[in-house]
Design a protein around this ligand. Sequence first.
Ligand code: F6R
Length: 369
Amino acid sequence: EKGGYDYFMLKEIAEQPKAVADTLLGRIDASGSLTLDEVRISASELREVDKVVIVACGTAFHAGLIAKYAIEHWTRIPCEVELASEFRYRDPILDARTLVIAISQSGETMDTLMALRHAREQGSKVLAICNTNGSTIPRESDAVLYTHAGPEVAVASTKAFLTQLVACYLVALYLGQVRGTKWGDEIQAVIRDLSQIAGAVERVLETMEPVRELARALADKNTVLFLGRHVGYPVALEGALKLKELAYMHAEGFAAGELKHGPIALIEEDLPVVVIVPSPRGRSVLHDKIVSNIQEIRARGARTIVIAEEGDEAVVPYADHLVRIPATPTLLQPLVATVPLQVFACELATARGNEVDQPRNLAKSVTVE
Ligand code: F6R
């Protein structure tokens, strides 16, 4: 049942290109337009939406954080992302023009379910992004967009996360399409790029041996930090979460721009710091800022593990370890940048003798609040 892999997690990491492709299947037509028939909220209702609120927990919350960048950029609709467990307790402002998106692999997470119930009581429409057919969250939502990751057995979420990202991009692009925003051309181009992205994920998987070696070499460390900017920031949070839950290490993700506001004090000799570098094309100003962050932490002794696009030469002098990922449009980079972090956490956990598929104290679906 593990298909020749030692752990479900390894199998599920390897299944990601297929999971991504399956989640796109049938949703982009020959003309490059999106068809999301399952979203049973009418185009006219979607044109009325004046705010999007995303609720989710853990890894699904990180997918939501990335979705915010895509939704606001492609649709110009303000988008908030909130931990489902915090949402209803602060009396959030919601009405019939708010579209709430609940993201959940299992469809049974109690915090997320309570958040969506609260949203519907306030008259908002709820769209679920879910991997489990017929589970409670999609049943209680107004509409559902299923991710097609297939069953995820390992407690730590991997392939479900990538498909949640794909579903979020689809929703963002669809909202942009039905509302006819000024990004029409960019949206068409991204839809084309998205249809190629499974191949890019596959290419990342083929180059992971040095990442495994590095993980083994760092098995006796106590702390690993992760830095990112823009959509790389939630990727940093996800990398840190994977390492906490699997390797039981102290791991923290930061927005690289926050470094100088405190976290840089943590940098000491030989501390491993993983940096997710934005594309030097696109928002290149962010790229240049993060390169100076890498310089700064390296000057203070950090061991820099740099995840950067193929062809990005500016990072080379400051990278103790360089992990290459294929060039993608800026907003899609998390689909390729997350993969090395999953492999890193899985290998580090194994090297520390931990139970990868079944980490201590954790359950696959959290059905209590
Ligand atoms: C992390 C992880 C958890 C889940 C979270 C939400 O690897 O698996 O953080 O992402 O418990 O679960 P779902 O998506 O089932 O609502």
